[in-house]
Ligand binder design. Structure first.
Ligand code: NAI
Length: 492
């Protein structure tokens, strides 16, 4: 195959065969890569069901984490969390342990895989933020009937994922980066992603920057999917649209992904362990093989990546040796026969060309631009979240009485984010969870000490706590004259 491959130093990669069909698709992938002379030395490691069953609570043994930490690269088959072994997912363990903040999901029409969208030329990449947002799992029951999930998004978190999207656009010679967001509703969290998109875009004048509201993005993905190039978005949005987009080109069963961080990268199939067909020589290895092609490009083995990709394209286009999930009923072949066919097609060229790729350069976090400190920071008020069955009007009067010797003045009360006091005349359904907003006539400057105003807050919380159960408090701050908080709906 490639003459240069024999002389090229081998890169060590941790291979996680995983569960269910995992070992079969891993075996197929490694066979094809070996036949293609890929410059990889595999180091096998365990994760998933077997690890859980022998008492590893995270599903990922220490030796496996060490192997990935040393090699910095892993190819991973699907992992199962067996029933009865707690709620931790081995996949999430690895994602968080290695801070794999960028989930890259290429979505490309494949030859021979007929879908309602065939022929449209779909060829995009979805770049999903992988560690922040509501997926941090910061959840609390506030009252017996009110649950809360915190959506934490950070400036560095937004910056590095947007930069990853631009890095990817450069590496794959793509024209457009679209930030998909919900900034019209979540102005501070999703708005941060949108604004960071605008800021970083200025450094890449050669790439067209666009932005779209996530619901319209879902709509456009179905109406005109070929119009998208690189889409970058927050964790929850990305989770949904990346599966939607995979559905456009043949489904999750053939979709690969990579999870990238500063110090490690894990490549995987998007599908699960398919226990229904495990061990029956029925699994389609296309997704893991495609993930391994991403891995080859990641390590700079572009020629071998293209050889393997072209062999896969030829095999799919021929359509004679497809696994049962892709072939017409009764005409499928086994995993091994499909694998042999891909190997036989190594060196052949498909009518569908591979894209041109360069090495993806990720900006390491410490090198990112410093975040501007505000020159002026003030405490302007406080929200106190409390539990009561009292009506809004009576609650308002009671809180006004309780706060009368405090510098904080009650300006409004909201219930599930809707303003209910002073009375609005609206038909708001009330639950036993209110947010009382108190503002200061004279803000406390936080420029020299960020603890200013805390004794006054303590006094107010103590007064309110003498009559009500409070759950949490939120400081209302202003940064360089800009409110760092939102107004409840219905508040003037
Ligand atoms: P699944 O993806 O394993 O299976 C869904 C359907 O697709 C099944 O009918 C299966 O036979 C078929 N399928 C999936 N991959 C295929 C392939 N390569 N070739 C042919 N057919 C294929 O999803 P499910 O059943 O929800 O999950 C099974 C297990 O996998 C669960 O324990 C789940 O937690 C785990 N899982 C692991 C993931 C990972 O490690 N990244 C991702 C998703 C699920």
């Amino acid at each position: 195959m490639s003459a240069s491959a024999d002389t090229q130093a081998k890169t060590k990669v941790t291979a996680l065969p995983g569960d269910g069909i995992g070992p079969e698709v891993m075996d197929a992938t490694i066979k094809i890569l070996t036949a293609a002379n890929a410059p990889i030395e595999w180091e096998f490691a365990e994760a998933g069901a077997k690890a859980f069953e022998r008492g590893v609570v995270t599903g990922v043994p220490r030796e496996t984490l060490d192997s990935i930490a040393t090699n910095k690269l892993a190819l991973k088959s699907p992992l199962e969390t067996p029933i009865g072994y707690g709620g931790k997912s081995a996949n999430v363990t690895m994602r968080k342990f290695f801070e794999l903040y960028a989930n890259i999901r290429p979505v490309r029409e494949l030859p021979g895989i007929a879908t309602p969208f065939s022929g449209r030329g779909i060829d995009m990449v979805i770049v999903r933020e992988n560690v922040e947002d509501v997926y941090a799992g910061i959840e609390h029951m506030e009252t017996t009937g009110v649950a809360q999930c915190l959506k934490l998004m950070t400036a560095p978190g937004c910056e590095r994922i947007i930069r990853a999207a631009y890095g990817l656009a450069l590496a794959e010679e793509r024209q457009t980066v679209t930030v998909a967001h919900k900034a019209n509703i979540m102005k501070l969290t999703e708005g941060m992603m949108k604004r960071m998109g605008e800021k970083v875009a200025r450094e890449f004048p050669g790439i067209r920057a666009s932005q779209i509201i996530i619901d319209n993005c879902a709509h456009q993905l179905v109406i005109k999917p070929e119009a998208f190039d690189v889409i970058v978005t927050s964790n929850m949005n990305g989770d949904i649209i990346s599966d939607l987009a995979a559905g456009l080109v043949g489904g999750l069963g053939i979709a690969p992904s990579s999870n990238l961080g500063d110090n490690a990268a894990i490549f995987e199939a998007v599908h699960g362990s398919a226990p229904d067909i495990a061990g029956k020589d029925m699994a389609n290895p296309t997704a893991l093989l495609s993930a391994s092609i991403m891995l080859l490009r990641h390590i700079g083995a572009f020629d071998i990546a293209e050889t393997v990709e072209q062999a896969l394209f030829v095999t799919l286009a021929e359509g004679r040796n497809l696994t049962g999930d892709l072939a017409p009923r009764g005409h499928g072949v086994g995993t091994k026969a499909f694998t042999d066919q891909v190997i036989a097609n190594l060196g052949r060229a498909s009518a569908m060309r591979s894209r041109s790729y360069k090495k993806l350069e990720l900006a390491a976090w410490p090198k990112l631009t410093a975040h501007a400190e505000p020159t002026d920071r003030e405490l302007v008020g406080i929200d106190i979240f409390l539990e009561t069955d009292m009506g809004a009007e009576q609650l308002g009067k009671t809180l006004e009485e309780l706060s009368k010797y405090s510098p904080f003045k009650l300006t409004g009360i909201s219930n599930r984010g809707v303003s209910v006091y002073p009375p609005t005349g609206g038909e708001t359904f009330l639950v036993d969870h209110f947010a009382a907003r108190f503002m200061l006539d004279t803000p406390f400057s936080l420029n020299n000490t960020t603890t200013a105003g805390q004794p006054e807050i303590s006094y107010l919380v103590q007064r309110i706590g003498s009559k009500f159960t409070w759950m949490h408090i939120e400081k209302l701050q202003r940064f360089d004259g800009k409110d760092g908080f939102e107004r409840p709906q219905g508040e003037g």
